[in-house]
Design a protein around this ligand. Structure first.
Ligand code: UDP
Ligand code: MG
Length: 316
């Protein structure tokens, strides 16, 4: 066999946080594509990243490892978050092609052959998925999600696609580019858009989680969206200057108004309630702006510490 025809390795990275019920299911689902993989000379590698689960996730993965040598495990010392799990997965993958997929089967493995067909053609560096509906999601959550994407579109140059899932198949070149971004505050929806590799989008209807529960609370998602805004836009920092200029202008008009009024009507000493309102209002704006600065500063602080993104307890 010629050197160029040697089989390709495909790594599926599966971040798991308390997913004991889903670990065997996703394995079975991915293996349903085995015929396709064989036909295209693709060697499979399944990499489970256990993000400090407190249930039997690790045990379930170990059971799989015992019967199938293609299964691997990286287990964290505690919960570091999905972003860290993705990074660890990419760092520990060997594949020429690498896919990220959720353990909960919301990222249908049946799409893999279609994704491979696209990427093997060589036209794209990445085949990503986008859900076109938010079926099964609380309406209020969808509403805020939409607002977030609209805002991001306005204030960030990075292309952050609405409905984009982390489920994607990438070439080694793209994986290496992501690994070169070693920031501590990771927001992969942004990182994956920032690197500029050519992406093909596949669209599908939202699929609801089969077993277990989502790890996202509303508050968690809110904080995650702030992460995205601060990671990929400095617009909030500029806001203080804009507000400053605006209020200086307002104050200037007000001064002229008061001078003229005093000259025309004399000087009644009324007006302290409005003064109190103005002081409280300005105090609020100033604190808000200092708060925005503080948020960015805290991110810088965490980056400068240069701590590892994750800590491995066990590797199999
Ligand atoms: N996950 C993780 N660490 C976390 C939270 C989630 O590795 O701290 C994994 C989780 O096990 C799942 C994927 O990330 O495989 C997506 O999580 P989830 O289904 O809760 O998110 P959703 O689909 O609701 O956005
Ligand atoms: Mg899910």
């Amino acid at each position: 066999m010629a050197e160029s025809e040697k089989s390709m390795i495909f790594t599926a990275i599966i971040p798991c946080y308390n997913e004991e019920e889903n670990v065997p299911d996703i394995y079975t689902e991915i293996l349903k594509n085995e015929e396709y993989f064989k036909a295209h000379d693709i060697e499979l590698e399944l990499l489970y990243v256990d993000d400090g689960s407190r249930d039997k996730t690790v045990l379930e993965v170990k059971k799989l490892i015992e019967k199938d040598s293609r299964v691997h495990l990286v287990s964290f010392s505690r919960n570091f978050g999905k972003e860290a799990a993705i990074f660890a997965g990419l760092e520990n993958s060997r594949g020429d092609f690498v896919a990220l997929m959720d353990a909960d089967l919301q990222d249908p493995p049946s799409l893999l052959p279609q994704m491979f067909d696209e990427i093997i053609s060589g036209e794209f560096d990445c085949v990503a998925t986008r859900r076109v509906s938010r079926k099964g999601e609380p309406p209020i959550r969808s509403f805020f999600a939409r607002c977030f994407y609209r805002l991001m579109h306005k204030i960030s140059k990075t292309d952050i696609v609405d409905g984009a899932r982390d489920y994607r198949l990438m070439t080694r070149a793209m994986v290496d580019s992501i690994l070169s971004m070693r920031e501590y505050n990771r927001f992969s929806k942004g990182i994956l858009g920032w690197d500029g590799f050519k992406t093909k989008w596949l669209e599908y209807e939202n699929i609801e989680r089969v077993k277990g529960e989502t790890k996202w609370s509303f508050w968690g998602l809110f904080k995650y969206s702030l992460e995205g805004i601060m990671g990929f836009s400095t617009a909030p920092l500029g806001m203080a200057s804009v507000l400053g200029i605006f209020f200086t202008f307002v104050a200037f008009i007000a001064i002229i108004f008061i001078i003229i009024r005093t000259m025309v009507f004399g000087d009644p000493t009324s007006g302290w309630p409005s003064l109190a309102c103005i002081i409280i209002f300005m105090g609020g704006i100033q604190l808000f702006c200092v708060g925005v600065l503080g948020q960015y500063l805290s991110k810088v602080y965490l980056e400068v510490k240069n701590r590892p993104i994750y800590i491995v307890k066990e590797r199999l």
